[in-house]
Write a protein that binds this ligand. Structure first.
Ligand code: GLA
Length: 387
């Protein structure tokens, strides 16, 4: 139904029928936060909601972008793609097209209508969803689908780093582009080797809890954390030749701890080392059906992001606290960059309604506005839906 409506909308905007339909998911990360840029393991999965694109190929060099989410329409020329603040959301697709052009891949003119169901600024990767979406469009329509998917993922990350100027790691674009139905991805961010894991939650579900606190100022804090990790790495390298922080085992870190004079830098490194170990344990737990231990690891991860990495904030801490107080919830943690946005909770299936009924008013009482809750299946990575 949604697609039919969008086809109608496309005709309204561009005065002709669309030819192709693509879909790209949002993502959550089960565990492994703020370690993709430290060469660690992450464990994300794609959601079953995301971003649609309706496309028609043009016979000139123009690319036109419209969206059902924003008023702003942007028209640009393939020979002159550059960042413009006023182009707002359209800078993401422009950036990906530019990266693909620069790499020598074919691109032609298009009319594109974008429509997203991922709340913006909620930490569910609406921007990565849009980036990989456009990468897959360019691949399928102009490059016979021959570009390797991981290459599209890397070019999308490059667009975010170099065109948009956000120094993110590879997790979001990878989860969006490589997601598989009902599977989580255990990704080694240093080598890009990956493994799919069945997400057997038995009598549990993952509830996504949106604090509805938009992530503000997160880019500067994000870059600050990255810089602190680089400092930590420099200090450790004086005594131990390592490529990245996540190469260090927790037992080894206890020895290295005394090298640090700056408490913050030490804490950032400690989070990275221990969080990485937690990911591998969590992967095992899901494989063995040990959901209780899996939940405990989620809680440990949140506490580390709160106390050592300091990227949670009042809203995320409150929603996680309230979730853990509710009957049937055996684990909860923030997901994504933090500083607002979403958390996830591991909740017994038959307790979901009472869980929401309890967490919602309690959070609202303490924070002053309501949170939102989403139940999502694990969806497919970016793909062509039609023609
Ligand atoms: C954001 C970034 C990712 C990752 C997470 C934190 O989502 O885009 O690369 O660093 O934060 O785990």
């Amino acid at each position: 139904m949604e697609v039919l409506k969008l086809e109608k909308k496309f005709k309204e905007v561009y005065g002709c029928d669309s030819e192709y339909v693509f879909h790209s998911p949002g993502r959550i990360n089960l565990i492994g936060e703020h370690i993709d840029y430290n060469g660690g393991f992450v464990f994300p999965c794609a959601l079953d909601f995301g971003t649609y694109a309706m496309v028609k190929i043009r016979d000139d060099n123009k690319v036109n972008f419209a969206s059902t989410n924003f008023e702003l329409k942007v028209n640009c020329d393939l020979n002159d793609l550059h960042y413009e603040k006023k182009d707002d959301w359209a800078n993401y697709p422009k950036g990906v097209i530019k990266m693909m052009q620069d790499k020598g891949y074919g691109v032609k003119g298009m009319d594109i209508l974008i429509s997203g169901n991922i709340p913006n600024g909620a930490g569910l990767s609406s921007s990565a969803s849009l980036e990989v979406l456009v990468g897959v469009i360019v691949n399928n329509l102009f490059n016979d689908g021959k570009i390797d998917r991981v290459e599209i993922v890397k070019l999308s990350q490059k667009a975010e780093n170099e065109f948009i100027g956000v120094n993110c790691g590879i997790m979001d674009q990878f989860a969006v582009g490589m997601g598989k139905k009902d599977k989580a991805i255990l990704l080694n961010c240093e080598t890009c080797e990956y493994d799919y894991a069945d997400v057997k939650l038995l009598d549990y579900s993952i509830v996504i809890m949106n604090t509805n606190k938009r992530r503000a100022l997160n880019e500067s804090k994000y870059n600050e954390r990255r810089a602190e990790c680089e400092k930590a790495l420099e200090i450790i390298r004086k005594v131990k030749p390592v490529k990245n922080l996540c190469e260090i085992k927790p037992e080894e870190f206890d020895e290295l701890e005394k090298l640090f004079t700056d408490e913050n830098v030490k804490n950032r490194a400690k989070h990275s080392v221990y969080e990485n170990a937690r990911v591998l344990k969590a992967f095992e737990c899901l494989n063995n059906g040990d959901l209780t231990e899996f939940g405990r690891l989620l809680i440990e991860s949140h506490n580390s992001l709160k106390n050592l990495y300091e990227v949670t904030g009042k809203e995320l801490d409150t929603i996680v606290e309230e979730a853990l107080l509710a009957d049937g919830c055996d684990g909860a943690r923030m997901t994504g960059a933090g500083f607002g946005g979403c958390a996830i909770a591991l909740v017994k299936k038959d307790k979901i309604d009472s869980f929401i009924d309890k967490v919602k008013p309690n959070y609202t009482k303490r924070i002053g506005y309501e949170p939102s809750f989403y139940l999502s299946g694990i969806g497919e990575g970016t793909h062509q839906v039609k023609r």
